[in-house]
Design a binder for this molecule. Structure first.
Ligand code: ATP
Length: 495
């Protein structure tokens, strides 16, 4: 299991340029995050691998990129205008707002009369040890009364066009799914698909969350990777209704995807929604939970949304959203299985799971054991001596050559041991070191052997490889071959 604390990860993310607080120089927003140079690579890798595995490699999937601003009736049809609400309570003193269902779980501030009004922070749900009181007031300021719960819509409202009037109100999409539903017929007509098939989309979504927090776990602007998989509800597969069969398959495919790219199986589990927890449109929903530092929490959801959305959009738009079943000669409104994952939560889980603190020869080494496909930088070229111009030139030339195919950086800003540790800390799977033996010494009339040292991040083993063979070697190493298998063919180098 992972025991990485959120504070440790937040600090690494900031220090090494994965994630910064949005608008930090103005004090930050607290609910939006910016991805730095390494963060954007990691994020793009997660999206690229997801798209490749779930869209490009499957014969039954196509992609879409719908706009964020949509016709406002979309949100009426989907139920978001009427139902996308959380009950909230406000503090009458400090004006902070809390989700009514979370306020009892929060740690709370208490000014205890039994100890002359001393201030204590008490764990959520617990009573004061001194006076036995339980929380009734605002958990944050400890002084204000809370209002009765009121419903609060989580959608961001905005205006389309130059005039701020009711007729031009629209919303920033709170999920990418609706862009897929309203394009169902366009995709069907343009691709001649047959059921079952899916449409996938990756894109930003916005929710005016009442209590954003836990770093990038819950923010107000985030990104989703969603699939709407359309099935014929009149069909059966292996003796079961097609929607139920496909729902189970998607649950397993999603779980397998996360463990394939690094999450330890013990840190992922399923949560079956109880009837009361189910969204108004869902027949069944299963969440994939991850063991985050704050406890088991939702990584993604896989819902059976039935035919609710297509029927609603057909009703409000007046357009038929059906598929014609040639065999049975009937129009069918497909059922929809929706695997919906957050890019930011996936990124957080991959980082937490990859983080290790190890002891190496009496020193602490921090290493991100990220899957090579996700690692932001694949290869770091490091010179052993930056005073030697030939070594530096050779290092730069190597970087340029390797960077055509893999994200490769050059760094000569510290001694080699330090450079290795820096790359370990950001998960770079391979370092290439150029040294005196590589380039030789012209003054002494020594020619170089044109070989470099390759170091692998996890085992820290090193091998010596001719420069000419680097492309084919990294083809194998970054194409899925195991280090042990590839390294065996080359002489070991001293570490
Ligand atoms: P939660 O219960 O945590 O609010 P949800 O059930 O409302 O999540 P869904 O509507 O199912 O979430 O959205 C699908 C996925 O989108 C979630 O599993 C999560 O990965 C991501 N997601 C949803 N809301 C946020 C958010 N505010 N910040 C970051 N990611 C989010």
């Amino acid at each position: 299991m992972t025991s990485t604390s959120m504070d440790v990860l937040v600090s690494l993310c900031k220090r090494r340029g994965f994630v910064f607080q949005s608008s930090e120089i103005y004090g930050g927003t607290g609910s939006c995050w910016d991805y730095g140079p390494l963060g954007v690579e990691l994020r793009n890798n997660i999206k690229r691998v997801w798209w490749r595995d779930f869209v490009q490699q499957r014969a039954d999937m196509v992609g879409l990129d719908a706009s964020i601003l949509m016709h406002p009736t979309v949100w009426k049809a989907s139920g978001h205008v009427d139902h996308f609400t959380d009950p909230m309570v406000d503090c009458r003193e400090c004006k902070r707002r809390f989700r009514a269902d979370q306020v009892d779980e929060m740690a709370w501030i208490h000014y205890c009369e039994a100890t002359k009004g001393n201030k204590f922070t008490i764990a959520g749900g617990e009573a004061c040890k001194h006076c036995g009181a339980r929380r009734t007031l605002c958990p944050e300021c400890g002084r204000g009364e809370l209002t009765a719960p009121r419903l609060f819509n989580l959608m961001f409202k905005t205006f389309m066009g130059p005039v701020e009037e009711d007729a031009s109100v629209t919303y920033l999409r709170p999920e990418t799914a609706q862009g897929i539903f309203v394009n169902f017929d366009n995709v069907l007509q343009s691709t001649r698909r047959k059921l079952p098939f899916g449409i996938a989309q990756i894109g930003k979504a916005f929710r005016n969350e009442i209590t954003p927090g836990n770093f990038i776990f819950r923010s107000r602007e985030f990104e989703q990777m969603e699939i709407e998989f359309f099935v014929n509800p009149h069909e059966t597969v292996e003796g079961r209704p097609a929607d139920e069969h496909w729902h189970d398959r998607w649950i397993e495919d999603c779980r397998a995807w996360f463990t394939r790219y690094g999450l330890q199986p013990d840190n992922v589990r399923l949560h079956e929604h109880e009837r009361a927890e189910l969204a108004h449109y869902a027949k069944r929903t299963v969440d994939l939970l991850y063991r985050f530092p704050m406890g088991w929490s939702e990584l993604m959801g896989i819902a059976n949304r039935t035919d609710f959305d297509l029927k609603q959009h057909a009703k409000l738009s007046g357009k038929s959203l059906t598929w014609f079943d040639e065999e049975r000669k009937e129009h069918v409104v497909p059922f929809v299985i929706e695997p919906s994952a957050g890019v930011d939560r996936a990124l957080l889980a991959f980082l937490l799971d990859a983080y290790r603190e190890e002891e190496v020869r009496g020193d602490k080494r921090v290493v991100l054991r990220l899957h090579p496909e996700l690692a932001p930088v694949k290869i770091a070229v490091l010179p052993l001596l930056k005073k030697r111009a030939e070594i530096v030139a050779s290092g730069h030339a190597l970087r340029t050559r390797l960077a055509r195919r893999w994200v490769t950086i050059y760094d000569d800003t510290a001694a080699i041991g330090r450079l290795y540790r820096r790359q370990d800390e950001v998960g770079t799977p391979y370092c290439v070191t150029v040294d005196v033996k590589t380039v030789g010494d012209q003054e002494k009339g020594e020619v170089g052997d044109q070989r470099v040292t390759i170091r692998e991040r996890d085992s820290m083993e090193q091998i010596r490889v001719p420069i000419d063979e680097l492309d084919s070697l990294f083809d194998r190493l970054l194409g899925g071959s195991a280090w042990a298998e590839v390294a065996g063919a080359h002489p070991r180098a001293e570490s």
